[in-house]
Design a protein around this ligand. Structure first.
Ligand code: HEM
Length: 148
């Protein structure tokens, strides 16, 4: 997930510094080593590739958490993680197809942040243990202080 975020930030930097054909032009004219690096990173599609692998992993993890953790919150958060991954994959594809207009970059970034939040909360909900009564109180039946 961290590697995916970093590769996304590199893609965003490339799209901001060398939008659209500017990168190709710089490459052709051999003007800038940075432009060349950004262009080749984009060409090799590192970010979408990582997104596909990490996205599949997250959906699998969410399904496992939903099955093995009975709590209400684990189920809800697993559903949120799955929905956000699918939405983010769709928005990412649209982003690439439309050459990353600013409004869509903002949507993509917002979804990435929401996905991160949902993942942290799902982890917390999955690791949560049910509160057990202390050993010396087990089997003790509580009676009201005042009998009526
Ligand atoms: C779970 C899936 C994905 C996550 C978590 C994710 C995350 C990110 C992040 C954090 C950024 C940097 C945003 C910024 O700093 O402004 C980014 C940028 C970008 N991503 Fe993704 N991404 C995902 C899937 C995809 C896919 C499938 C594609 C394309 C096929 C894609 C295309 C892009 C592009 C073109 C940028 C640069 C423009 C921008 O900033 O929006 N992403 N992504």
């Amino acid at each position: 997930m961290l590697a995916l975020g970093v590769s996304g930030a590199v893609a965003a930097l490339g799209a901001t510094l060398f939008p659209g054909s500017a990168a190709a032009e710089a490459m052709r004219e051999d003007l800038s080593a940075t432009a060349r690096l950004m262009f080749s990173l984009r060409q090799y599609q590192l970010h979408p590739l990582l997104a596909a692998v990490v996205g599949a992993y997250l959906i699998a993890i969410a399904a496992i958490a939903r099955k093995s953790r009975p709590g209400v919150w684990a189920g809800r958060l697993a559903a949120a993680v799955t929905a956000l991954v699918l939405a983010q994959l769709g928005v990412g594809l649209l982003n690439a197809a439309l050459a990353a207009p600013v409004w869509l970059q903002l949507v993509h970034l917002l979804l990435a942040d929401l996905l991160w939040l949902a993942l942290v909360l799902l982890t917390a909900a999955s690791l949560e243990r049910e509160q057990e009564a202390p050993e010396d109180l087990k089997g003790v039946r509580l009676r009201p202080a005042v009998e009526v």
